[in-house]
Design a protein around this ligand. Sequence first.
Ligand code: LLP
Length: 404
Amino acid sequence: MSQQLSNDQLTAIAQQYGTPVYVYHAEKIKEQYSKLIHAFEGQDVVFYYASKALTNINVLKYISSIGCNVDCSSVNEVKLALHAGFPAKRIVYTSNGIAFSEIEEVQSLGVHINIDSLSNLEKFGKKFGHSYPVGIRLRPNIMAGGNLKISTGHDKSKFGIPVDQIDKVLTLVEKHDLYIHNLHIHTGSEIKDVEVFVKGIQVLFDIIPRFKELDSIDLGGGFKVPYKEGDPETDITLLAQKVKEAFAAHPNPNGRPLQVWFEPGKFLVSGAGYFITEVNVLKETATTTFASVNSGFNHLIRPMFYDAYHHIQNISNPAGELKSYSIVGNICETDTFAWNRQLNEVREGDLLVFYNAGAYGFEMSSNFNSRYKPAEVLVKDGAYHLVRKADVFEDLLRNQIMVL
Ligand code: LLP
């Protein structure tokens, strides 16, 4: 039975901590992780939580405590992961377009690094040679993902070293005696079709024999989660079966068993997150009834940035008559969360909850319009914990230097 916070719990949290507020449900994260572990049981598969989805330190600690590893896209995510208690050996770092100095800093922290350009591979080789095992992020030239903005593996993408440049990679490996122990691909986010992963694996199988010291393959993240009723999700069980079959048919020519890594972000935390807002103003116009909430794309940018759908419910009036509303924010932009959405009758002061708010919600928030970032609350074992305070006015001035 899938875990869900009740309207009563969400209402109590809103009353206790105010709105807008992000809420994360620890046990739901565990449920998602268990699904992965269960599906891949018996296979040498390891999961690294893509922390870019949500880096609240308590969430990181919780994810570490349930045995999941962590994937980081910046040195600061690595430092947060270390701060949360992940040992370096359970951390993967995959950045892109980054200055070599950051890679050097990450190397000094002892975590696994995937390198995403020939330029940085050359610098890495010159400096570390064979002394530090490293991975290479390849661009498999596969179009995948929910929309172009979240597609990363296609043949025009900036991410990874194009597979067609593999000879150049091998020249560098030879020249600097690089110790390549991992190959990485990540084709996109919201990949519902398991065959996309299979295609990626096939691309790698053509290349694997050319790397003599490989011990692992990183297939990235991107598992699709449902955002609305009837939405498809990645069939994890089928994926596990396909991965098993593919690797059984292609044993590593160097004789070492290949461990498979995945880096799920949304799959682990999306459904565990709720964003609670309050209706400030109802506005009737000739064409539309607007419900303006005390938020905007400064707090949840996904609907505006990706045209992403987030299910929204009026938890203050669950028996109210269904009516059509456009849910908008209160910032000075056309920050529409949803057009003509059926909601139980909305009154000013009602609480509107956005679901699937755990991944890339708070994490992509900003102080646009000099508004505060919201608080975050973690629900664990039924108890509510404030895990981040909402901004206060001083936060807006904190790093500004008064010179006039
Ligand atoms: N690994 C790498 C190298 C990635 O770039 C990403 C996501 C992931 C793993 C995790 O992907 P996930 O399992 O969360 O789909 N902000 C967008 C999603 C951008 C994802 C960027 N990279 C959104 O809100 O839809």
